[in-house]
Design a protein around this ligand. Structure first.
Ligand code: SAM
Length: 357
């Protein structure tokens, strides 16, 4: 299964036949069940700051969005969210933010240590392209995983939508490899339907997931934000090509299913962006087409509307309790159960190697 060819991947991405697609969903679901099981692991998401130094052309919290009120959560608030995660039985908290250097090396190390001390939960960081010394300090403080999407494997498209920061070149793929060498479990992923993105690019994304042997793969539709350059202009500029990948849920499900076939052991979430374009059952369909993770939002409600990386984001007016109850019901409605423990892909891979040398 893991050696599905590039030509097959592209054929599936272009497939429009419902009965053939049903076969793809069934295959992805079967591989998911056989490799990562029926448990759905919950990762409590804490959006700890919306400050950002970057100018990503797609993102609603990019620094150019000057009308946006900026916030940074206090340490007590973060620890309180982690305690809530623990009380809901989650195995992991994900601390995500814009690339915010107000979150200093010491401050983040202190947060990681406090969350580990108070809850013992696995900690995933998703704080952008920080220097290796920061990453090493956070690992030493107890962080387990780092999540950073490479967004697209097409280097030219990436450069266009994700400008370098001054003279510091953005090379997320080599940074992910360095994170792995530091001992992090690594998560990455892409947006689907970026203006200018082709089917060949998506095939490249899937092959890159496999090459990096990712532990976690987040795939969501690109959702245009009206306060961004890409959201305002790009549709007209970039979409005039027959190979342009459409954005939307179908292409995202295909990528989720194919990612499962390419990387059977990975943790693959049904993302919030998927739940945003199909509020009724986007999450459930993602979970039935290869996914095994959801990320309930624990961010205090007063901050949620300020972390709208794209418009109409799902769950922004729900409390942590409401998100938890809603997701629990959705998980059970498809005959699956909330997972226990940290749900580490790396541990799973090591176990498989141990039993099948
Ligand atoms: N600063 C960190 C980073 O860049 O990795 C984490 C925060 S960043 C806002 C998290 C993810 O949001 C990005 O990796 C990107 O894939 C996604 N995102 C941002 N804007 C988006 C949009 N308009 N549509 C869909 N996803 C978007």
């Amino acid at each position: 299964m893991a050696d599905i060819t590039p030509a097959e991947l592209e054929r599936w991405l272009r497939c429009t036949d419902d009965s053939q697609l049903a076969e793809l969903w069934e295959r992805a679901d079967r591989v998911r069940r056989d490799t990562v099981g029926d448990e759905i692991h919950l990762r409590g998401l804490i959006e700890l700051s919306n400050h950002c130094v970057r100018s990503c052309a797609y993102c609603g919290i990019a620094k150019e969005h000057t009308a946006l009120t900026r916030y940074r959560m206090g340490a007590d608030e973060v620890v309180e969210c982690a305690r809530q995660a623990q009380s809901f039985g989650y195995g992991t908290v994900v601390m995500q933010a814009g690339e915010d250097y107000g979150l200093t090396r010491e401050l983040v190390a202190g947060l990681v240590a406090a969350v580990k001390r108070e809850t013992g939960l696995a900690v995933t960081l998703s704080l952008g392209e920080r220097p290796d010394d920061d990453l090493a300090a956070w690992k030493a403080a107890g962080a387990d995983r780092y999540l950073m999407r490479f967004e697209t494997s097409n280097r030219e498209l990436y450069k266009r939508i994700h400008p370098d920061l001054g003279r510091r070149l953005s090379d997320r793929i080599s940074q992910l490899q360095r994170m792995r060498a530091l001992g992090y479990e690594i998560g990455s992923g892409v947006m689907v339907g970026i203006p200018g993105q082709t089917y060949a690019d998506l095939v490249g994304d899937l092959l890159t997931f496999r090459e990096l042997d990712l532990d976690m793969i987040g795939i969501g539709p690109y959702l245009p934000h009206p306060e961004t350059p890409l959201g305002r202009e790009a549709v007209a500029i970039f979409t005039d090509t027959p190979d342009q990948v459409p954005t939307g849920e179908l292409m995202t499900y295909k990528m989720v299913a194919l990612a499962r076939l390419c990387c059977p052991q990975a943790n693959i979430p049904a993302t919030t962006a998927l739940a945003t374009i199909n509020k009724k059952d986007g999450r459930e369909l993602g979970l039935q087409r290869g996914g095994n993770i959801v990320m309930p939002n624990l961010t205090p409600i007063k901050y949620r509307a300020l972390y709208q990386i794209y418009p109409s984001k799902a769950c922004i007016d729900e409390t942590g309790e409401q998100c938890n109850a809603c997701l629990d019901g959705r998980i059970r409605s498809i005959g699956r159960l909330p997972g226990s423990g940290a749900g580490s892909a790396l541990d799973r891979k090591l176990q498989t190697q141990g039993t099948n040398p």
